[in-house]
Ligand binder design. Sequence first.
Ligand code: MV4
Length: 443
Amino acid sequence: MFEKILIANRGEVALRVIRACRELGIRTVAVYSEADRDSLHVRFSDEDICIGAPPARDSYLNIPRILAAAEITGADAIHPGYGFLAENAEFAEICERSGLVFIGPTADQIRKMGNKAEARRTMDAAGVPIVPGSNGPVDDEDEAVEEARRIGFPVIIKASSGGGGKGMRLGEDEEGLRRAFVMARNEAKAAFDDPTVYVEKYISRPRHVEIQVMGDKHGNIVHYGERDCSVQRRHQKLVEESPSPALDAELRGEMGDAAVLAGASIDYSNAGTVEFLLDEDRSFFFMEMNTRIQVEHPVTEAVTAVDLVKEQIRVAAGEELTLREPPALRGHAIECRINAEDPEHGFRPSPGTITAFHAPGGPGVRIDTHVYAGYHVPPYYDSLIAKLVVRANDRPEALSRAYHALEEFIVEGIHTTIPFLQTVLSHPDFEAGNVDTHFIEHL
Ligand code: MV4
């Protein structure tokens, strides 16, 4: 097992990794930017080292500085958390070449899933269902129109190097598609320096259902059921839950098998998430694979009693998977993301000093946060300040528990998404489990 892990991240996820390390008897190294000196990940780690100025490119994205910190402190592995360098194949490669274990998949696995057009082809070849569409990139307008006539309008143009909703355009008819094609290509070129795009049939009212998987370095791979993340705003998830109100044991088995097949086809190791679009007729299609631990992983932890971060560390150290069969999902879990944003003003960021802070508690309530009264929310990073994760015996009880926990949550001095989350939780359509990815737009 590792003796010392460097955590190349900040915020609540850095704390999450520190907690897992403590339980495994592993020493921790925190890295921090000048804006994060007073952060709890610095206080709770065994060692800490400042790696630069507040902008992420000067600190949390600065590979040479992070490697230097690992060298100086004698760390033997790096946990990247999520965001920042978590899905940077070059970083994973450099770590391994420097004799540091990257706690995540291999550079090769990250690359295979990072290019969306290639991932789509790989999944198709493996027998994982994909949305009807082009077999690889489309090079010009006429080819896009040809594909669209074959699969039927409406279609969606996606950037090969995109993901998470960036670089997508809808084509409702031939004329619209021609415009969408040009715009998508230009956007993709500007945003990713890669103009490559492909075409898919547009699914108009899908749910976002993702399957948590984990692979070890001995060829074993398992899934831990799904998370329903249909409640999103501009591709930012707000609420996630497990089990999905849209799945039964049969569909869970089919989607779980497909996710395991997806992972197995690239000999996947460590934690990953296979995202699917779930259509109203119960058909499901591979969308993307995220090659990292995700923000919403505690939802799965709550219903499976598996510590996913400890398992990530164990498999990175060469141990075999603890579980070989998908665990039964017990009860129901919901996560609410609490962001330092003002929902009354278009969710604009609301950095500043937290003047009062009280986190809810009670049975089945988990709070993952790095903030406290007196903490200054810096303007440089993403606005997540806390995650509320509740578990209860069934969905109605979980909804009620989450609502009342939010009622008890005191955060003063900045704006947060807490009141908006309460609106979502008490909405009749959400209560009925009757939502798709457009739910928030119609609120
Ligand atoms: C789609 C789609 C409909 N049809 N693909 C958004 C994020 C990116 N991973 C893919 N996305 C979508 N792909 C087809 N063929 C609708 C979306 C989509 C979406 C998906 C999941 C969660 C929220 C979403 C919001 C808008 C669009």
